[in-house]
Ligand binder design. Structure first.
Ligand code: FES
Length: 102
């Protein structure tokens, strides 16, 4: 199973980070003390979500404004309708591990 590690302290709340997991690009987002990981590519038209904005557990695509729930991957605002793939996140102190869901 593919796994990637990132330092918790390097994650700035509200500023998503793009990482690579195997052959996938993943958007890692910190909200307060929680970390979420979703597919980086918007399901609407291939924009990179790590360049988007976060508010209230939602990430907004910078291109056409679709919003996704970081907790579930669900598309909550058009024009996107398909959910994002979400990834498993576990944290041990400063070490955050992102892995593909089994
Ligand atoms: S590419 Fe993300 S909303 Fe259109």
């Amino acid at each position: 199973m593919n796994q990637s590690r990132i330092s918790f302290e390097s994650l700035v709340p509200g500023k998503p980070t793009k990482i690579t997991l195997g052959n996938k690009e993943v958007c890692v987002a910190r909200v307060g003390d929680e970390v979420f990981a979703v597919a980086d590519t918007c399901t609407h038209s291939e924009a990179s979500l790590s360049e988007g904005e976060i508010s209230n557990f939602q990430i907004e695509c910078w291109l056409h404004g679709a919003q996704f729930d970081l907790r579930t991957g669900e598309a909550v605002t058009p024009p996107a309708t398909e959910p994002l793939e979400i990834f498993e996140v576990s944290r041990d102190g400063d070490s955050v591990t992102i892995s593909e869901k089994a």
